[in-house]
Design a binder for this molecule. Structure first.
Ligand code: NAP
Length: 247
């Protein structure tokens, strides 16, 4: 019997950083399962593009703000059907606003998708990876979780929470040969940053030592490294991909 191709699950793989991660992990030989919530055509196009280049990929609708949907997805599509080697918790949203005007529901929604969703995916993946005694979990945090950002208390809380969760899970899962690391991107050219006013963007560029926003591929290569055997002795770490803006 042939050994199954190891699977990498990338949440939010239809666009931006998640798309680049999905394509890069497929390049590196993983079967890629990518998820989306609102843009099925874009997700299907990413999966089709990977298959056209000789890789293996499937797209799935999965709202990571819905814990029950996540557990159902792992039970029906992952547990007995794949050799789950890598989980990339990438799906994320922003709902920005200054602290004194921030609505409870905007705080809760950002925490539900960015933090609780990653927690539930990580828990379900860890159960499966524990049985195979090997795995790589990579959480996409943010420079905002490290240094804070005016107008983003909800997002900063979620992204800082991911860092604490990464370090704790790394300690729990090391005995099962599962590594858990975070990548903390700086400001990256995606839909998430496309609406920045020109003057804010210029301020960011001026504050970044490498004098440019990052690309999704800059982040994807860091994720691919952490997913590879080259990173076998790294766990509980935060790999910053931020052009030097926060060290
Ligand atoms: P993006 O272009 O806005 O794409 C977001 C992705 O997440 C899309 O695939 C989207 O799916 C998916 N998504 C959104 N809500 C979801 C939900 N409830 N359930 C499942 N999937 C959901 O974002 P990005 O800039 O690539 O960011 C990717 C990750 O990197 C996020 O965690 C973000 O916080 C983090 N990050 C980004 C930057 C940056 O500057 N861009 C910097 C630091 C960290 P649909 O396409 O179906 O809507």
């Amino acid at each position: 019997m042939s050994t199954p191709t190891p699977t990498a699950l990338v949440t939010g793989g239809s666009r931006g950083i998640g798309r680049a991660v999905a394509e890069t992990l497929a390049r590196d030989g993983f079967q890629v399962f990518l998820t989306y919530v609102s843009k099925p055509e874009e997700a299907e196009a990413v999966a089709a593009g990977i298959r056209e280049r000789g890789g293996s990929a499937r797209a799935f609708a999965l709202n990571v703000g819905d814990a029950e949907a996540i557990t159902t997805f792992f039970a029906s599509e992952i547990k007995d059907k794949t050799d789950l080697a890598v989980l990339v918790n990438n799906a994320g949203i922003t709902k920005d606003g200054f602290l004194i005007r921030m609505k409870d529901e905007d705080f809760d929604r950002v925490l539900d998708v960015n933090l609780r969703g990653a927690f539930v995916c990580m828990r379900e993946a860890a159960k499966i990876m524990s049985r195979r005694r090997h795995g790589r979990i990579i959480n996409i945090s943010s420079v905002v979780g490290q240094m804070g950002n005016a107008g983003q208390v909800n997002y900063a809380a979620a992204k800082a929470g991911l860092l604490g969760m990464t370090k704790s899970a790394a300690r729990e899962l090391a005995g099962r040969n599962i590594t858990v690391n975070a990548v903390a991107p700086g400001f990256i050219e995606t839909d998430m940053t496309a609406s920045l006013p020109a003057e804010v963007r210029a301020d960011y560029e001026a504050a970044i030592p490498l004098k440019r926003l990052g690309t999704p591929q800059d982040v994807a290569e860091a994720v691919a490294f952490l997913a590879s055997d080259k990173a076998a002795y790294m766990t509980g770490q935060i790999l910053a991909v931020n052009g030097g803006m926060y060290c």
